[in-house]
Design a protein around this ligand. Structure first.
Ligand code: HEC
Length: 121
């Protein structure tokens, strides 16, 4: 009887550890870095050497733009730069083509993404 009870206690403890593990990995999935990849930003933008070159390098974006600007811009880029025109950012010229992410990126993902971008200084 005692062995059975100990077995039950042990499996409860293991399940709790397992749940912490699952919760930990889903928190990781919602990191700003992961959203930067999964939302497709990385196909046009480079951070710390990895990513595309269609848009400006964002490795130090946090020292240039604050979180309110980033939130507003990512949901509605055409409010800041006219689509199809040319814009000069960090000394390079880009054709304005960034799509709006208001329909594809949830508020929760926008939060972790912009917190991450603002930390890049
Ligand atoms: C199809 C390519 C493309 C994708 C995808 C894209 N961008 Fe852009 N991004 C650009 C271009 C080009 C610009 C220059 C201005 C514009 O197009 O509005 C830009 C500008 C920016 C800027 C302003 C940079 C500065 O120096 O002020 C930020 C911040 C930014 N993008 C973040 C993101 C984030 C975050 C994502 C993903 C949610 C993303 N972009 C997805 C192409 C892209």
């Amino acid at each position: 009887m005692k062995n059975i009870r100990n077995g039950i206690i042990l499996s409860v403890i293991l399940s709790v550890f397992y749940l912490f593990f699952i919760a930990g990995s889903s928190a990781f999935a919602l990191s700003g870095k992961a959203v930067f990849k999964s939302a497709g930003c990385i196909s046009c933008h480079t951070i710390n050497g990895a990513g595309g070159k269609i848009g400006p390098n964002l490795s130090k974006i946090g020292s240039k733009r604050n979180i309110a600007w980033l939130r507003s811009f990512i949901y509605n880029p055409s409010k800041y730069f006219a689509p199809g025109s040319s814009v000069s950012l960090n000394g390079k010229t880009y054709t304005v083509i960034m799509p709006p992410f208001s329909r594809t990126l949830s508020k929760a993902k926008l939060d972790v993404l912009t917190t991450y971008l603002e930390s890049l200084k």
